[in-house]
Design a protein around this ligand. Structure first.
Ligand code: MG
Length: 344
């Protein structure tokens, strides 16, 4: 049963934010220093209030913050369920934000009793990972994520061996190439990963590489290490296409980027898909919505891709501190009203 806003008039307000990352985020398009997005506040006629966040990620094919803001302002401060349905599919981040802000179910009912979930520790790219991994392991993390495809491939493969050597036994590594490899590089890496403690390799080749779909399906069939799709599954239609193609690997879900995360997750659950929940580098408001979806997931539990905090220079906007485990209570402790006020 999917949530739909009641067909009454709601009052909708938006606040645009522009927040410095504590440290610029390395992306395939260069460093990303400032996170922009929208916070959404919806108040019902009975005075009940909810919050959501539209946090597009550059390069992930969603709308821009400007587009989301323009469409949100065009609502003129009033919202009905029909308005939400009328928003173009392309505005996935905004649709998700409004849906979250209209949701009046008490999540405690559905996820409060859920067990804590592990969190993947995000390691810096390059050799800095070697310095940081032992202290994260000491803190209790057992799943580590390392960005590859950033430096020279042969150097990175050597570093990868060193990294495997410093991790405690039982630890698992997620490699994220962010689409940075060609077929040959991807094959060399996947071969190397076969004898290493690798949980999966994320987006080895680019979403828009020539023949990307066949190439990814071929790599998934040829190597034992699971492959995860991230950039390839940015929108709802992408999930349908890859489920239809029989994708045997893992799906990375950034609920913030999906217009209707609940509907998309229902389809993935029906297909018994393997899923990893991931941060879109949103503030605590967006993270709260995303993590609620993660705790409600009934499929196989995997470490959350939320080991990103503290993310912002202004600590008021951060989600819960990166710890080896997160509980539903940690998520419900996020105070969306305080974040909304901080953005005022
Ligand atoms: Mg990724």
């Amino acid at each position: 049963m999917f949530f739909q806003p009641r067909p009454v008039h709601h009052k909708i307000q938006i606040r645009r934010y522009s927040l410095d990352f504590r440290m610029p985020v390395r992306t395939a398009h260069g460093p990303w220093a400032v996170r922009e997005g929208l916070l959404v506040r919806v108040e019902d006629a009975d005075g009940s209030v909810g919050y959501g966040e539209a946090a597009p990620v550059p390069g992930f094919g969603s709308e821009s913050v400007d587009e989301a803001e323009k469409a949100a302002r065009a609502l003129g401060g009033r919202l009905t369920g029909a308005d939400l349905e009328a928003l173009p599919k392309r505005l996935g981040c905004l649709r998700q934000a409004i849906r979250a802000a209209c949701d009046r179910r008490i999540p405690g009912d559905s996820v409060a009793g859920r067990p804590s979930l592990g969190v993947a520790a995000l390691l810096p790219a390059g050799s800095a990972a070697l310095a940081e991994a032992p202290s994260k392991a000491e803190a209790g993390f057992r799943v580590f994520k390392w960005k590859v495809g950033v430096g020279d491939a042969a150097d990175e493969r050597a570093l990868f061996d060193d990294l495997c050597a410093v991790l405690p036994s039982g630890a698992r590594i997620r490699l994220d190439a962010n689409g940075g490899w060609d077929r040959r590089r991807a094959e060399r890496w996947l071969e190397r990963c076969a004898e290493r403690p690798v949980e999966f390799v994320e987006q080895p080749v680019a979403r828009d590489a020539r023949g990307a779909e066949d190439l990814l399906l071929g790599l998934a069939a040829d190597y034992p290490v699971p492959i995860a799709l991230d950039e390839s599954v940015a929108g709802e239609e992408d999930f349908e296409r890859w489920l239809g193609a029989g994708w045997p690997g893992i799906f990375v879900i950034k609920p913030s980027l999906l217009g209707d995360p609940e509907a998309a997750l229902a389809k993935l659950a029906a297909a018994k898909a393997r899923v990893v929940f991931s941060s879109a580098l949103e503030t605590g408001i967006g993270a709260r919505s995303s993590l609620r979806h993660a705790f409600a997931w009934n499929g196989e539990a995997r470490a959350l891709g939320f080991g990103v905090w503290p993310l912002f220079a202004d600590a008021r906007f951060n989600g819960p501190a990166a710890a080896p485990f997160l509980s539903p209570q940690d998520v419900e402790r996020i105070d969306p009203e305080a974040l909304w006020n901080a953005a005022g």
